[in-house]
Design a protein around this ligand. Sequence first.
Ligand code: UD1
Length: 434
Amino acid sequence: MVDPTAGTAGPRLVVSGGRRLSGQVTVSGAKNSALKLMAASLLAPGTSVLHNVPDIQDVRTMQEVLEYLGAVVEFVDGTMTVDTTEVQSHVAPYELVQRMRASIQIMGPLVARFGRARVAMPGGCNLGPRKIDIHLRGLAAMGGEVRSDHGFVEVTATKLRAVDMFLEYPSVGATENLLMAAVMAEGTTTLENAAREPEIVDLCKFLISMGADIDGAGSSTVRVRGVTEMRPAEHTVLGDRIEAGTFLIAGAVTGGEVEAAGISPHVLDLFLSKLRSVGVQVHENTRSIRVSGDPDSYKAVDVATLPYPGFPTDLQAQMMVLLSLAKGVSMVTENVFENRFGFVDELIRLGADIRVDGNHAVVTGGRSLTGAIVQCPDLRAGAALAIAGLVAEGSTELREVYHIDRGYERFEEKLRNLGADVERIGQAGAGACF
Ligand code: UD1
């Protein structure tokens, strides 16, 4: 048994396994959309309003970034107003970028509106090197002058011009930065092999309501006709598909019945079809998804992560927990990030049988897990370890839970509402990187 009073400073979660989850969880607004919408508000002077913004650490960090630039931000009950009238600075300092990589998404909007952005280089992180070369190549092709010195990258341009660009990889961040740069560029920009994530569609909807002229959002070819000015707008952030997937797996591993509301099932098509192949029963409604199942009947399946509409890398760790219970041998292939199996050693400490070779993990399922002390190496892996704790015999103590707080709103409260036995110990802290 874990002694929750022993050990480390900082917040921890103690999960006692064995409860079957049941009930409905309403998903929050998508982290990966909200952060970019906040950045996009920089494109127009005046006050933009965002609804359904999740109150998570990453959103608070992006708020700090905007305030550092001179914006006035208010955030009450999920509604954020961002007044960018007084924005003067064009610099994102190391302390903020290092805390949250998505700070680099201010580059496109700042260059578009002010002709200048200076952003600390994000460097590597737990998931590998995570380059930004495609962002920079795109901005350079649009006429930006790109320099780097003293750990910063600076892009300047008197006027951005449109570009036809084939992205060598459908990077989510690069697609977003280039879209935001292109909205006021001279001429029509065409991005080919663009990322197609639902969060990009959400960003394009917001940009269009700000006055942008965009076609093809959600397809791999996006066209942006430059306009002369953008205006503030109001928008509601779409639901978080990764949060939905996380809670659906939590329900499935416990053999319970969990419904995730506030999400359209089609954004999780491949994920849901993999759940069905495992043997989980999945019921889709227009704006919700319900799962139920018997873990004793679950079977192995192979999973390979890919850009949307492929299997999301952000659900790979959680899926690995489900596959550790499913009978048979599953192969999990991580194609998006170089280093996303860092949590596997922690899962092995709970009793999972997983061998990693490069970007492949071979999971021999049908295992019983037992509680232990584990460290959360990153956001999604942290959620996966909490899910493992739900089915592990005894208590599992998660350390470094600030990672979970970066991206999940009221995580343990939502789990508790479904019947989980989860307790938080210690004070909130700050995170780093992802
Ligand atoms: C976003 C999401 C993250 C998700 C990921 C992939 C946010 C805040 N984060 O991250 O949760 O896991 O999409 O769905 O929205 N790459 C390059 N050069 C570049 C840009 C990217 O080589 O210029 C590589 C990266 O190293 C990585 C891969 O492309 O291996 C995917 O990165 P990208 O799609 O850009 O992910 P992010 O936008 O960083």
